[in-house]
Design a protein around this ligand. Structure first.
Ligand SMILES: Cc1cc2nc3c(=O)[nH]c(=O)nc-3n(C[C@H](O)[C@H](O)[C@H](O)COP(=O)(O)OP(=O)(O)OC[C@H]3O[C@@H](n4cnc5c(N)ncnc54)[C@H](O)[C@@H]3O)c2cc1C
Length: 448
């Protein structure tokens, strides 16, 4: 038996017996490449490495794969990324590879037109100056100012506080408060306008016209990728330390196990990577990015409607509100689904952070009943997904503060034996396509 095969099989046997493997003496390795994190970027990288005949071990901290692509079995809902643009190049390749069944939900995607403001409902917001999403996008302007997808981190002149741009383009302080309800950031008075420029450029240059969902939930797609992998893909392996030496790096997990590889690929969001003890020397901007980059808080309160109460009060199902519930949305993507949710972004999530589930349920139902009396007795609470407090992510997606985009090129450089992938390291794309793009980039780095 070859030495490496022997080490791998004894490690696996030790684990099966519940023994803690003893650290192997240098230069023995458990694998060539250790992938940290089993979200889309980690799984896609594993898939590419396997096709290239490379050896790897994937370590995922939670008890499931998928990361921010998460079908919660207890409430039968997708609570993370699920909207796929039909021009998502890398993700669509995987969808085709696994013959994943998709549904087109473009016609179900809408931004609310109604608004509940100061205790009154405006059906079609007679005055656009009160509509949160209109406010943000009208003041942002139609032009992206970018002529290519990967320019966003090279435009210091555009990297200013977002609210300052909106103020210059005519919004009052009161309108900025309203625009903050719809903005996908923690606070538009703190975040950089560069995030909005990047999103706008991605929408424009990616050119997706249809939005697709995974039929039956994102878990089907994640399970298909995971099911195709033949190497070790281990869950419940919360990484706490990376000990990077010249010839190899050893990764320590919370359960006491250790794994060593020639290279480590960290796909963890920086919000959790910053809790991992690492002895590698990072460049200055990389160090700052790992420690400081913000992640957007999102809290979703999932509900089920037993009857379409909007047919009774004849108001649109979806609405913005200036209450702590922020946005009430019908998230169904077929006439038979009964998915309703409140979607709270950024600093507004703090309102719910200290409440227990019973308090959130009671507050939410009471508030919706107050806003829409027709909903009385027709909605039920299912569950809450608090991405800001979810320990494996600590936020929904990366958001750059003013001036931080200049860190980007340095922050994604390999440091010692550690490479970086994940949504936050994508040059061009965002969301799931960004995660997949980053996996492809790191795959090419490793193959060099
Ligand atoms: C509410 C919400 C809505 C979204 N909507 C969309 C959408 O419509 N379209 C779109 O394209 N994108 C969307 N996204 C974004 C998209 O889901 C993500 O960009 C993508 O899934 C990120 O993949 P990733 O592999 O980079 O990170 P992740 O999926 O976060 O993977 C990282 C993995 O690392 C694990 N991990 C963390 N810390 C440790 C540790 N110490 N040790 C071991 N493992 C660890 C985590 O458990 C996780 O599995 C949404 C995200 C959210 C939260």
């Amino acid at each position: 038996m070859k030495r490496r095969t022997f080490i791998r099989s004894t490690t696996a046997a030790g684990l099966a017996l519940g023994l803690t493997p003893v650290a192997c003496a240098t230069p023995s390795l458990d694998t060539e490449i250790l992938i940290l994190g089993g979200g889309l970027s980690g799984l896609y990288l594993a898939f590419l490495l396997e096709k290239a005949g490379k050896d790897y071990i994937l370590l995922e901290g939670s008890d499931r794969l998928g990361g921010r692509m998460f079908t919660r079995k207890d409430i039968h809902r997708d609570v993370g990324g699920r909207g796929i643009g039909d021009k998502y190049t890398e993700v669509m390749k995987l969808i085709e590879e696994f013959n994943t069944e998709m549904i087109d939900i473009t016609d179900y995607m809408r931004s609310p037109t109604a608004i509940y403001l100061d205790g009154q409902i405006y059906d079609q917001w007679p005055d656009p100056s009160t509509n949160p999403s209109y406010l943000q996008f009208s003041a942002f302007g139609k032009s992206t100012q970018l002529t290519a997808l990967d320019q966003w981190y090279q435009k210091p002149a555009l990297d200013e506080v977002y609210s300052e741009l909106l103020t210059r383009n005519g919004l009052t302080e009161e309108q900025i408060d309203l625009a903050n309800i719809s903005a996908n950031y923690n606070d538009i008075r703190e975040t950089s306008a560069i995030n909005a420029y990047h999103s706008a450029a991605f929408r424009k240059f990616n050119g997706s016209e249809r939005i697709l969902n995974f039929k039956g939930g994102t878990a089907n797609f994640i399970n298909a990728i995971a099911g195709s992998l033949k190497k070790q893909v281990l869950t419940n392996k919360m990484v706490t330390k990376i000990d990077d030496q010249n010839e190899k790096a050893t990764v320590h997990c919370k359960d006491g196990t250790r794994y060593s590889g020639k290279k480590v690929v960290a796909t963890l969001p920086f919000s959790t990577l910053r809790d991992v003890h690492m002895n590698t020397s990072f460049n200055t901007n990389q160090e700052k990015a790992i420690q400081q980059l913000a992640y957007t808080n999102i809290t979703q309160i999932h509900l089920e409607h037993t009857e379409a109460f909007w047919e009774e009060d004849r108001l649109p199902a979806d609405m913005w509100t200036d209450t702590p519930l922020e946005r009430i949305m019908n998230m169904s993507s077929s006439p038979t689904e009964k998915q309703l949710a409140c979607w709270v972004n950024g600093t507004g999530t703090a309102f719910f952070d200290d409440m227990n589930e019973a308090e959130i349920a009671s507050y939410t139902i009471k508030k919706i009943n107050e806003i829409r009396p027709a909903s009385e007795g027709k909605i039920a609470y299912l569950g809450v997904q608090n991405w800001g407090q979810y320990k494996y992510n600590k936020g929904a997606y990366v958001e750059f503060g003013p001036g931080q985009a200049a860190w980007f090129l340095d922050m994604i450089k390999p440091a010692g034996n550690i490479h970086f992938a994940g949504e936050h390291t994508a040059h061009k794309s965002r969301g799931m396509e960004g995660a997949a793009e980053s996996a492809k980039r790191v795959f090419n780095e490793l193959m060099k």
